[in-house]
Ligand binder design. Structure first.
Ligand SMILES: C[S@@+](CC[C@H](N)C(=O)[O-])C[C@H]1O[C@@H](n2cnc3c(N)ncnc32)[C@H](O)[C@@H]1O
Length: 242
């Protein structure tokens, strides 16, 4: 962790305070969430979602969980591939956004660490830009291992900090300064200031990959996008494929 990310981490909420703050924040920014995402990433967010679905070959007949689905962008793309998608999120405002967009998946309000799903009932889990928002990762990864069929696939997308110092400096200028400003003009300044700071919740790569292995995942792989500004984690639940 750099000095900057250490400073950011020390002022961020944890535990129950984090859960309440994150839920209230997404309820607040839901109405303009998609517009801001497209604008701030130049549309790359949707391209990365497509790559995530490609990476684990989501296709016809798959029972897909879009975890922390927000307004259902990943569920929508999964449905377009012939999958049967369920979106779960704890922020009612974000789920209303999915309804407004008429995404034809099923949706439920629940916490990622307590999924209202039977064991071994899901073929693939996709999750977009939510890892750093969870209160703790190991309980969520354990839930994913529980609800997935043996051999079931996961594709977890999130932001990241570029490893090159030069690229990181340019990235920081955009992410830490420009994003909060644009977010403030068009939506909610405090939420879009939290967005870059929340990256410091993410464990470093070796710890993150180890958490997935400890939860019972195999073939754990990380891929970087845009010189390391975003990451995609893919893996398979251990066990014999039916
Ligand atoms: C940055 S948004 C991403 C939304 C969507 N996945 C996407 O790709 O646009 C993060 C989402 O995670 C949800 N979230 C955060 N913590 C959660 C939790 N513990 N349980 C369920 N949803 C959660 C938020 O409500 C929010 O909708």
């Amino acid at each position: 962790m750099t000095a900057t990310t250490q400073r950011a981490a020390s002022t961020l909420p944890v535990g129950a305070a984090k859960r309440a703050a994150v839920q209230a924040m997404f309820d607040r920014i839901a109405p303009r969430y998609d517009v801001l995402n497209r604008l701030l990433t130049g549309g790359l967010d949707q391209r990365w979602r497509r790559i995530a679905l490609d990476a684990i070959a989501v296709g016809p007949g798959d029972a897909v969980l879009d975890l922390a689905c927000g307004t259902g962008n990943l569920a929508e793309q999964a449905i377009a591939r012939g999958a049967d998608a369920l979106g779960i999120d704890f922020a009612r405002g974000m789920l209303r956004g999915a309804q407004r967009r008429r995404v034809s998946a099923r949706f439920a309000q629940a916490d990622a660490a307590a999924l209202p799903l039977p064991d071994s009932s899901i073929d693939a889990v996709v999750c977009g830009f939510a890892l750093r928002n969870f209160t703790a990762l190991p309980p969520v990864f354990a839930e994913l291992a529980r609800v997935l069929t043996p051999g079931g696939r996961i594709a977890l997308l999130d932001v990241d900090r570029p490893p090159s110092r030069l690229v990181a400096a340019g990235h920081s200028l955009y992410f830490d300064r420009v994003v909060p400003r644009i977010g403030g003009w068009l939506s909610d300044r405090s939420a879009y200031a939290y967005l870059p700071r929340s990256t410091s919740y993410l464990p470093a790569e070796p710890a993150l990959l180890a958490m997935l292995r400890d939860a019972g995942f195999r073939d754990v792989h990380k891929r970087r996008f845009l010189l390391g500004a975003a990451q995609l984690l893919t893996a398979r639940r251990a066990g014999t494929v039916r």
